[in-house]
Design a protein around this ligand. Structure first.
Ligand SMILES: [Ca+2]
Length: 237
């Protein structure tokens, strides 16, 4: 049976396009197709967050339409699209800074998954983006560790060994921040499982409280920033 994804409709026939995209018989006209485009745009976007040195979570968006043929539809969308980076202003608002960072964030590519990890262990979060039918893009974060940071690797004992689902709460610099150990993240991507915090100019974390997946909690005393700390379940009892 031939894969319907490779049977392309007449791109001037909007009803046929609608049926091809949705798998249903469509009677929608241009207005509905526009709405469909908006839904499609929302679906293809891979939204993830990066915790920056100021402690607020910024927003990174990897874009790329799923169908190369979309370029034949003028004004609808583009197959190759730029990535977007938004800085968290700390007041509930974000500012786009895509054009203010080095690298090729603004170069249109068919991007899919985005994985976040401090791959060079220098204390800031880097990003690996997978692009369809082309080489992946690695964005090394240079300068993200100029301010203080701390990271935690949790190892479960009675909980699962990777401590997936654990919650880490820290008090530092008069603020309380919370992070969780999670598996997966963006589309077909897996993030660093260490829990990373940016703590501004603070050189000391006052308290670390961990709630393990089995519900038990542990509290650790102060520790210096600028390091990854490994904590095994039961260490603080
Ligand atoms: Ca790094």
């Amino acid at each position: 049976m031939q894969d319907r994804r490779h049977i392309y409709p007449n791109w001037r026939d909007r009803k046929a396009i609608c049926s091809w995209l949705t798998g249903f018989t469509c009677r929608w006209r241009i207005r509905t197709l526009t709405r469909l485009r908006a839904l499609s745009d929302a679906y293809r976007r891979v939204i993830s967050v990066i915790r920056q040195p100021h402690g607020w979570l910024d927003l990174f968006v990897a874009n790329g339409h799923v169908y190369p043929n979309v370029d034949q539809l003028k004004g609808i969308s583009r197959y190759l699209q730029p990535k977007e980076l938004y800085r968290n202003l700390g007041n509930g608002r974000f500012a786009e800074i895509s054009g203010r960072v080095a690298g090729d964030l603004s170069t249109p590519r068919p991007s899919r998954g985005a994985a976040f990890e401090d791959y060079d262990n220098d204390g800031d979060i880097d990003v690996l983006v997978v692009n369809a039918n082309s080489r992946p893009s690695l964005y090394r974060n240079d300068g993200g560790n100029r301010k203080a940071w701390i990271g935690f690797r949790l190892i479960g004992a009675s909980s699962n060994r990777d401590a997936i689902g654990a919650r880490v709460e820290i008090d530092a610099g008069g603020r309380t921040q919370v992070g969780e150990v999670r598996s997966g993240g963006s589309y077909l991507s897996h993030n660093d499982m260490r829990v990373h915090f940016g703590v501004g100019s603070t050189q000391h974390v006052d308290r670390v409280r961990i709630r393990w997946p089995n519900g038990k909690t542990e509290t650790l005393g102060g520790m210096k920033t600028g390091q990854y700390v490994t904590i095994r379940e039961g260490d603080a009892r």
